[in-house]
Ligand binder design. Structure first.
Ligand code: ASP
Length: 343
Protein backbone atom coordinates (compact mmCIF):
# COMPACT_ATOMS: atom_id res chain seq x y z
CA UNK A 1 0.00 0.00 0.00
CA UNK A 2 1.37 3.44 -0.87
CA UNK A 3 1.70 5.68 2.16
CA UNK A 4 -0.05 9.03 1.54
CA UNK A 5 2.21 12.06 1.76
CA UNK A 6 1.41 14.42 4.64
CA UNK A 7 -0.22 17.70 3.63
CA UNK A 8 1.47 20.72 5.15
CA UNK A 9 0.08 24.24 5.22
CA UNK A 10 2.66 27.03 5.26
CA UNK A 11 1.41 30.34 6.66
CA UNK A 12 3.60 33.37 5.97
CA UNK A 13 3.02 36.28 8.35
CA UNK A 14 6.24 38.20 7.64
CA UNK A 15 9.60 38.58 9.37
CA UNK A 16 13.22 38.61 8.27
CA UNK A 17 12.90 35.20 6.62
CA UNK A 18 11.01 36.83 3.74
CA UNK A 19 12.58 40.27 3.75
CA UNK A 20 14.91 41.99 1.30
CA UNK A 21 17.26 44.92 1.72
CA UNK A 22 16.18 48.18 0.16
CA UNK A 23 19.07 48.84 -2.22
CA UNK A 24 19.11 52.58 -1.42
CA UNK A 25 18.58 52.70 2.34
CA UNK A 26 19.79 49.22 3.36
CA UNK A 27 16.65 48.86 5.52
CA UNK A 28 15.01 45.39 5.67
CA UNK A 29 11.41 45.26 4.39
CA UNK A 30 8.89 42.42 3.90
CA UNK A 31 8.46 41.28 0.30
CA UNK A 32 6.13 39.11 -1.77
CA UNK A 33 5.86 35.57 -0.40
CA UNK A 34 5.85 33.96 -3.85
CA UNK A 35 9.47 34.99 -4.19
CA UNK A 36 10.29 33.15 -0.99
CA UNK A 37 9.25 29.82 -2.46
CA UNK A 38 11.16 30.55 -5.65
CA UNK A 39 14.28 31.00 -3.55
CA UNK A 40 14.03 27.54 -1.98
CA UNK A 41 13.68 24.98 -4.77
CA UNK A 42 14.74 22.36 -2.18
CA UNK A 43 11.17 22.43 -0.82
CA UNK A 44 10.13 20.32 -3.81
CA UNK A 45 12.39 17.52 -2.58
CA UNK A 46 10.51 17.12 0.70
CA UNK A 47 8.28 14.08 1.13
CA UNK A 48 5.07 16.05 1.66
CA UNK A 49 2.59 18.21 -0.21
CA UNK A 50 2.94 21.89 0.62
CA UNK A 51 0.33 24.57 0.18
CA UNK A 52 0.88 28.14 1.19
CA UNK A 53 -0.99 31.24 2.25
CA UNK A 54 0.38 34.67 3.09
CA UNK A 55 -0.85 37.64 5.08
CA UNK A 56 -2.02 40.10 2.43
CA UNK A 57 0.44 42.61 3.88
CA UNK A 58 3.27 40.70 5.63
CA UNK A 59 4.46 42.35 8.83
CA UNK A 60 7.61 42.80 10.84
CA UNK A 61 6.67 40.87 13.97
CA UNK A 62 7.21 43.98 16.11
CA UNK A 63 3.79 44.97 14.75
CA UNK A 64 2.22 41.70 15.96
CA UNK A 65 -0.91 41.97 18.09
CA UNK A 66 -3.94 39.87 19.15
CA UNK A 67 -5.86 40.81 15.99
CA UNK A 68 -3.20 39.03 13.93
CA UNK A 69 -3.21 36.11 16.41
CA UNK A 70 -6.91 35.64 15.67
CA UNK A 71 -6.11 35.80 11.95
CA UNK A 72 -3.52 33.00 12.31
CA UNK A 73 -5.93 30.94 14.46
CA UNK A 74 -8.70 31.34 11.88
CA UNK A 75 -6.42 30.24 9.04
CA UNK A 76 -5.58 27.10 11.03
CA UNK A 77 -9.23 26.55 11.99
CA UNK A 78 -10.56 26.74 8.45
CA UNK A 79 -7.84 24.44 7.11
CA UNK A 80 -7.60 22.12 10.12
CA UNK A 81 -9.23 19.08 8.54
CA UNK A 82 -7.47 19.36 5.19
CA UNK A 83 -3.91 19.40 6.50
CA UNK A 84 -1.75 17.20 8.71
CA UNK A 85 0.49 19.98 9.98
CA UNK A 86 0.99 23.73 9.94
CA UNK A 87 4.17 25.81 9.71
CA UNK A 88 3.92 29.49 10.61
CA UNK A 89 6.66 31.74 9.25
CA UNK A 90 7.00 34.62 11.68
CA UNK A 91 9.52 37.27 12.66
CA UNK A 92 11.66 36.17 15.56
CA UNK A 93 11.13 39.33 17.66
CA UNK A 94 7.69 38.37 18.97
CA UNK A 95 7.59 34.73 17.90
CA UNK A 96 7.52 33.43 21.49
CA UNK A 97 4.53 35.66 22.28
CA UNK A 98 2.63 34.40 19.22
CA UNK A 99 3.49 30.74 19.79
CA UNK A 100 2.34 31.12 23.42
CA UNK A 101 -0.89 32.87 22.45
CA UNK A 102 -1.76 30.31 19.79
CA UNK A 103 -1.15 27.48 22.26
CA UNK A 104 -3.93 28.87 24.47
CA UNK A 105 -6.23 29.78 21.59
CA UNK A 106 -6.09 26.29 20.04
CA UNK A 107 -7.64 24.09 22.72
CA UNK A 108 -7.46 20.31 22.07
CA UNK A 109 -5.02 20.84 19.21
CA UNK A 110 -4.09 17.41 17.86
CA UNK A 111 -1.80 18.42 14.98
CA UNK A 112 1.59 20.17 14.82
CA UNK A 113 1.75 23.95 14.54
CA UNK A 114 5.42 24.87 14.12
CA UNK A 115 6.53 28.49 14.32
CA UNK A 116 9.81 29.37 12.65
CA UNK A 117 11.71 32.29 11.13
CA UNK A 118 15.31 33.33 10.73
CA UNK A 119 17.94 35.84 11.75
CA UNK A 120 19.10 36.45 8.15
CA UNK A 121 16.88 36.88 5.09
CA UNK A 122 16.43 33.82 2.87
CA UNK A 123 18.43 35.43 0.05
CA UNK A 124 21.57 36.00 2.15
CA UNK A 125 24.52 33.73 1.43
CA UNK A 126 24.89 32.73 5.10
CA UNK A 127 21.18 32.53 5.81
CA UNK A 128 19.76 30.34 8.57
CA UNK A 129 16.34 30.51 6.91
CA UNK A 130 16.63 27.43 4.72
CA UNK A 131 17.51 24.99 7.49
CA UNK A 132 14.86 26.44 9.80
CA UNK A 133 12.16 26.26 7.17
CA UNK A 134 13.04 22.84 5.74
CA UNK A 135 13.35 21.15 9.14
CA UNK A 136 10.17 22.81 10.43
CA UNK A 137 8.29 21.30 7.50
CA UNK A 138 9.88 17.92 8.22
CA UNK A 139 8.89 18.21 11.89
CA UNK A 140 5.30 19.07 10.93
CA UNK A 141 5.32 16.02 8.60
CA UNK A 142 6.46 13.49 11.22
CA UNK A 143 3.92 10.68 11.45
CA UNK A 144 3.41 7.31 13.05
CA UNK A 145 0.75 5.08 11.46
CA UNK A 146 -0.39 8.05 9.36
CA UNK A 147 -1.03 10.18 12.46
CA UNK A 148 0.97 13.24 13.53
CA UNK A 149 3.63 12.64 16.17
CA UNK A 150 3.64 16.24 17.38
CA UNK A 151 0.33 17.58 18.59
CA UNK A 152 1.08 21.01 20.00
CA UNK A 153 2.29 24.51 19.17
CA UNK A 154 6.07 24.52 18.97
CA UNK A 155 8.92 26.69 17.81
CA UNK A 156 11.83 25.48 15.68
CA UNK A 157 15.04 27.48 15.47
CA UNK A 158 18.69 26.56 14.93
CA UNK A 159 18.48 22.76 15.21
CA UNK A 160 16.10 22.69 18.18
CA UNK A 161 12.38 22.14 18.48
CA UNK A 162 10.88 23.70 21.60
CA UNK A 163 7.43 23.84 23.17
CA UNK A 164 6.32 27.26 21.90
CA UNK A 165 4.94 28.56 25.18
CA UNK A 166 8.20 27.73 26.99
CA UNK A 167 10.42 29.83 24.73
CA UNK A 168 12.00 33.27 24.99
CA UNK A 169 14.05 35.18 22.46
CA UNK A 170 17.45 35.50 24.11
CA UNK A 171 19.69 36.88 21.40
CA UNK A 172 19.28 39.47 18.66
CA UNK A 173 22.34 38.35 16.70
CA UNK A 174 23.13 34.69 17.26
CA UNK A 175 21.51 32.05 15.08
CA UNK A 176 20.65 30.37 18.37
CA UNK A 177 18.12 33.07 19.18
CA UNK A 178 15.74 31.16 21.45
CA UNK A 179 15.91 29.23 24.68
CA UNK A 180 13.53 27.11 26.72
CA UNK A 181 15.05 27.29 30.17
CA UNK A 182 12.32 25.57 32.14
CA UNK A 183 11.44 22.73 29.76
CA UNK A 184 13.53 20.24 27.76
CA UNK A 185 13.79 20.41 23.94
CA UNK A 186 11.10 18.45 22.12
CA UNK A 187 13.47 17.45 19.33
CA UNK A 188 16.97 18.06 18.05
CA UNK A 189 18.09 18.09 14.46
CA UNK A 190 21.49 16.58 13.79
CA UNK A 191 22.39 13.81 11.40
CA UNK A 192 19.03 12.40 12.53
CA UNK A 193 15.93 14.19 13.71
CA UNK A 194 15.77 13.00 17.33
CA UNK A 195 12.37 13.43 18.99
CA UNK A 196 12.11 13.35 22.78
CA UNK A 197 8.78 11.53 22.83
CA UNK A 198 8.48 11.63 26.63
CA UNK A 199 8.30 15.43 26.62
CA UNK A 200 5.61 15.84 23.96
CA UNK A 201 2.15 17.02 24.94
CA UNK A 202 -0.40 14.20 24.73
CA UNK A 203 -3.81 15.79 24.19
CA UNK A 204 -7.11 13.95 24.56
CA UNK A 205 -7.81 12.91 20.97
CA UNK A 206 -11.53 12.43 21.60
CA UNK A 207 -12.02 16.16 22.08
CA UNK A 208 -12.61 18.43 19.08
CA UNK A 209 -10.54 21.54 18.40
CA UNK A 210 -11.92 24.67 20.08
CA UNK A 211 -10.58 27.98 18.81
CA UNK A 212 -10.68 30.80 21.37
CA UNK A 213 -10.75 34.20 19.68
CA UNK A 214 -11.58 36.54 22.51
CA UNK A 215 -8.44 37.92 24.10
CA UNK A 216 -8.75 40.72 26.63
CA UNK A 217 -5.93 43.25 26.38
CA UNK A 218 -6.84 45.25 29.50
CA UNK A 219 -3.64 44.15 31.19
CA UNK A 220 -0.28 45.54 32.28
CA UNK A 221 3.22 44.14 32.72
CA UNK A 222 5.19 45.60 35.63
CA UNK A 223 8.85 44.78 36.11
CA UNK A 224 10.11 45.58 39.59
CA UNK A 225 13.39 47.42 40.05
CA UNK A 226 15.06 48.80 43.14
CA UNK A 227 13.71 52.33 43.50
CA UNK A 228 10.32 51.82 41.83
CA UNK A 229 8.16 54.68 43.08
CA UNK A 230 4.68 54.71 44.52
CA UNK A 231 3.49 57.25 41.97
CA UNK A 232 4.67 55.20 39.00
CA UNK A 233 3.08 52.00 40.30
CA UNK A 234 -0.08 53.85 41.29
CA UNK A 235 -0.53 55.32 37.85
CA UNK A 236 -0.18 51.89 36.24
CA UNK A 237 -2.53 50.16 38.67
CA UNK A 238 -5.11 52.95 38.30
CA UNK A 239 -5.34 52.48 34.54
CA UNK A 240 -9.05 52.54 33.60
CA UNK A 241 -10.54 49.07 32.86
CA UNK A 242 -7.41 47.29 34.06
CA UNK A 243 -8.27 43.61 34.70
CA UNK A 244 -4.95 41.86 35.19
CA UNK A 245 -1.32 42.59 35.98
CA UNK A 246 1.77 40.48 35.43
CA UNK A 247 4.24 41.42 38.15
CA UNK A 248 7.83 40.49 37.32
CA UNK A 249 9.44 40.09 40.73
CA UNK A 250 12.94 39.16 41.84
CA UNK A 251 14.32 35.62 42.14
CA UNK A 252 11.83 33.11 43.51
CA UNK A 253 8.99 35.68 43.48
CA UNK A 254 10.29 38.24 45.97
CA UNK A 255 9.53 41.94 46.26
CA UNK A 256 10.01 44.91 48.55
CA UNK A 257 8.12 44.62 51.84
CA UNK A 258 7.54 48.41 52.02
CA UNK A 259 4.04 49.15 53.28
CA UNK A 260 2.94 51.41 50.41
CA UNK A 261 3.81 48.68 47.91
CA UNK A 262 1.90 45.84 49.59
CA UNK A 263 -1.07 48.15 50.35
CA UNK A 264 -1.27 49.27 46.74
CA UNK A 265 -1.33 45.68 45.51
CA UNK A 266 -3.91 44.74 48.14
CA UNK A 267 -6.23 47.62 47.11
CA UNK A 268 -5.87 46.61 43.47
CA UNK A 269 -6.78 42.97 44.18
CA UNK A 270 -9.77 44.13 46.26
CA UNK A 271 -10.98 46.07 43.19
CA UNK A 272 -11.10 42.71 41.32
CA UNK A 273 -7.86 43.05 39.35
CA UNK A 274 -5.85 39.81 39.11
CA UNK A 275 -2.16 40.10 39.97
CA UNK A 276 0.18 37.34 38.82
CA UNK A 277 3.66 36.90 40.26
CA UNK A 278 6.32 35.72 37.80
CA UNK A 279 10.07 35.87 38.13
CA UNK A 280 12.26 38.20 36.13
CA UNK A 281 14.96 35.47 36.09
CA UNK A 282 15.15 33.66 32.77
CA UNK A 283 14.97 30.26 34.45
CA UNK A 284 13.49 28.88 37.65
CA UNK A 285 10.20 29.33 39.44
CA UNK A 286 8.24 31.57 41.76
CA UNK A 287 7.74 30.04 45.17
CA UNK A 288 5.70 32.44 47.29
CA UNK A 289 6.29 32.00 50.99
CA UNK A 290 9.82 30.70 50.59
CA UNK A 291 11.32 34.04 51.66
CA UNK A 292 9.87 36.60 54.02
CA UNK A 293 9.80 38.99 51.05
CA UNK A 294 7.06 37.01 49.32
CA UNK A 295 4.93 35.86 52.26
CA UNK A 296 2.74 38.99 52.10
CA UNK A 297 2.09 38.59 48.39
CA UNK A 298 0.67 35.14 49.04
CA UNK A 299 -1.45 36.45 51.92
CA UNK A 300 -3.10 39.21 49.89
CA UNK A 301 -4.09 36.77 47.12
CA UNK A 302 -1.42 37.27 44.46
CA UNK A 303 -1.56 34.41 41.92
CA UNK A 304 1.57 32.31 41.35
CA UNK A 305 2.84 32.14 37.79
CA UNK A 306 5.29 29.41 38.91
CA UNK A 307 7.89 28.90 36.15
CA UNK A 308 5.91 30.43 33.28
CA UNK A 309 7.70 32.73 30.81
CA UNK A 310 6.67 36.39 30.56
CA UNK A 311 5.47 35.74 27.01
CA UNK A 312 3.20 32.88 28.07
CA UNK A 313 2.08 34.73 31.22
CA UNK A 314 0.80 37.63 29.14
CA UNK A 315 -1.12 35.53 26.62
CA UNK A 316 -2.52 33.23 29.32
CA UNK A 317 -3.82 36.32 31.11
CA UNK A 318 -5.46 37.70 27.95
CA UNK A 319 -6.94 34.27 27.19
CA UNK A 320 -8.39 33.63 30.66
CA UNK A 321 -9.75 37.19 30.94
CA UNK A 322 -11.48 36.60 27.62
CA UNK A 323 -13.29 33.60 29.16
CA UNK A 324 -15.27 35.33 31.93
CA UNK A 325 -15.02 33.44 35.21
CA UNK A 326 -15.11 34.03 38.98
CA UNK A 327 -11.94 35.26 40.73
CA UNK A 328 -11.58 31.94 42.52
CA UNK A 329 -11.79 29.93 39.32
CA UNK A 330 -9.45 32.38 37.59
CA UNK A 331 -6.77 31.78 40.24
CA UNK A 332 -7.17 28.00 39.99
CA UNK A 333 -7.05 28.07 36.19
CA UNK A 334 -4.04 30.40 36.11
CA UNK A 335 -2.11 28.22 38.53
CA UNK A 336 -2.92 25.08 36.50
CA UNK A 337 -0.87 24.08 33.48
CA UNK A 338 -3.34 24.28 30.57
CA UNK A 339 -1.02 23.64 27.60
CA UNK A 340 2.19 22.50 29.25
CA UNK A 341 3.22 26.12 29.88
CA UNK A 342 4.18 25.58 33.53
CA UNK A 343 5.60 22.73 35.58
N1 ASP B 1 12.26 42.37 13.13
C1 ASP B 1 12.11 41.03 12.59
C2 ASP B 1 10.73 40.50 12.98
O1 ASP B 1 10.57 40.07 14.08
C3 ASP B 1 13.19 40.13 13.09
C4 ASP B 1 13.07 38.71 12.60
O2 ASP B 1 12.33 38.38 11.72
O3 ASP B 1 13.80 37.86 13.10
O4 ASP B 1 9.84 40.51 12.18
Amino acid sequence: MIKPKPNIFLIYTGGTIGMIKDSKTGVLKAFDFKNLLKRIPELQLLDCNIETVSFSAPIDSSNMNPVYWVQIAEIIESNYHNFDGFVVLHGSDTMSYSASALSFMLENLAKPVVFTGSQLPIGDLRTDAKENLITSIQVASLQHLNKPIIREVCLYFEYKLYRGNRTTKINAEHFKAFASLNYPDLAESGVHLKVNHDYLLKPNLKKALIVHKHLDTNIALVKLYPGISESVLKSILNTPNLKGVILETYGAGNCTTEKWFINLLKETITKGVHIINITQCSGGSVSMGHYETSVKLKKIGVISGKDITTEAAISKLMYLLGNNMSSKRFKTMYETSLRGEMS
